[in-house]
Design a protein around this ligand. Structure first.
Ligand code: CA
Length: 226
């Protein structure tokens, strides 16, 4: 597994490189967005760790450039500030996770491992979350063995939430992915659809899998495993 760290604070970059190398990864480090884009263009990476505040092209711009050309490499953003707007902006541009400085190395390592694991489950034909099982080929959903009938849109919404499990998805991102609406549109349609999906998936069960994160969006996860 080969990782790229783009971080202009050299001490932080070296510290992360050393830790991740000891954890068994092959690690490249560079110190500007332009260098990062150049490296990511010529070398396939399994994951990028991207500082937001960089000289020249910043982390957001680098992320946007990668996603625009269809590069889906997982990206973990590092931010110096914990603001909801920054987080949402990062997710909307296609980041997979977000970590606020200062963080502990063990937390970074845990996030990196989760993202790499998720990368491998993104294309799975079947996914299990708690007692919910989804077969994407048969488009069949069950909870505790009970079949749940969903409309095409409800299934698409559930698929998005499940494939990006444990990740808070902004309403605007859900709107653009499931309905192909841009994020200036009325996102009330997302709330209505989530309510319908919950009534089928969560209402019959004690264990609620879909959670609302105030001011951010929605996340699907097994509350007993996190
Ligand atoms: Ca920086």
């Amino acid at each position: 597994m080969r990782l790229l760290i783009v971080e202009d604070e050299r001490k932080t970059g070296e510290y992360l490189k050393q830790g991740l190398t000891e954890a068994g990864f092959v690690v490249d480090v560079c110190h500007s967005g332009d260098e990062g884009l150049n490296l990511a263009t010529h070398q396939p990476y399994d994951l990028l760790v991207l500082d937001i505040m960089l000289p020249g092209m910043n982390g957001y711009a680098l992320l946007e450039a990668l996603r625009k050309r269809g590069d889906t490499t997982p990206v973990l953003l590092l931010s110096a500030r914990d603001l909801v707007e920054d987080r949402v902006k990062g997710l909307e541009l296609g980041a997979d996770d977000y970590l606020v400085k200062p963080f502990s190395f063990s937390e970074l390592l845990a996030r990196v491992r989760t993202l790499l694991r998720r990368g491998r489950t993104l294309d799975s034909a079947e996914i299990q979350v708690a007692d919910m099982h989804i077969d994407f080929l048969k488009r069949r959903v069950t909870r505790a063995g009970q079949r749940i009938d969903l409309t095409a849109k409800e299934f698409a919404l559930l698929e998005l939430l499940v494939r990006r499990k444990s990740e808070v998805l902004p309403r605007s991102l859900i709107a653009s992915q499931v309905w192909d609406m841009n994020f200036d549109s009325d996102t009330n349609v997302v709330e209505v659809a989530i309510r319908r999906l919950r009534s089928k998936i969560d209402d019959p069960s004690e264990l609620k899998l879909i959670r609302t994160v105030r001011g951010m969006g929605y996340v699907l996860e097994d509350p007993q495993s996190s």
